[in-house]
Design a protein around this ligand. Sequence first.
Ligand code: SF4
Length: 216
Amino acid sequence: MARESRTARRARLEEIIKRLGAAYPDAKVGLDHTTPFELLIATILSAQCTDERVNIVTKTLFTKYRVPEDYFRVPVEEVEADIRSTGFYRNKAKNIRACCEQLIKRFDGNVPQTLDELVTLPGVGRKTANCVLSNCFNIPGVTVDTHVTRIANLLGLVDTQDAVKIEHALMEIMDEHLWNTFNHVIITHGRRTCIARRPQCNSCVINDLCPSAQNI
Ligand code: SF4
């Protein structure tokens, strides 16, 4: 197969985003939240856990812990018990408290609005930082999770499992105004159609734009 030009790849990706946007008009971040702080905590809890489980836990968690200081008003064991069903609860409780401590000490209890500052917080990597920036502050960013990693490779947009390389490669191919939409539609596509190990290629609306469609 002839190597795809940069222009052709850009046009193909734009068409992919357009079609997926039409197929999933309800695509949005799967973690329930009403503030940047809540989304930050929810993303820390979502490591190795489904969004559905996190949403069940945060429904009551966020009524008890509204601001960073609240996570220090009870013993750490109580925080652990409150988030236990999300798994890895000891580590997550430790990260949440360490993150809250930094928010209080360095950011007056607020969630910072830059990638560089966000990634200095314990438990917060580029994926979480971009997720918070794009969903809460409307600052464009490409969030690379397992769905994006898998589907970007299947679509032949990248050829690597390295999240940072994928993030930069996708940012280069796409115009900035598409980044946030891309996150939502690809993650939704990964959950509903291009499911890991059993992609539904026959009913996929981007079948003709996907080099992996015939091989699965
Ligand atoms: S055609 Fe198949 S492999 Fe390609 S994006 Fe669609 S579901 Fe995934």
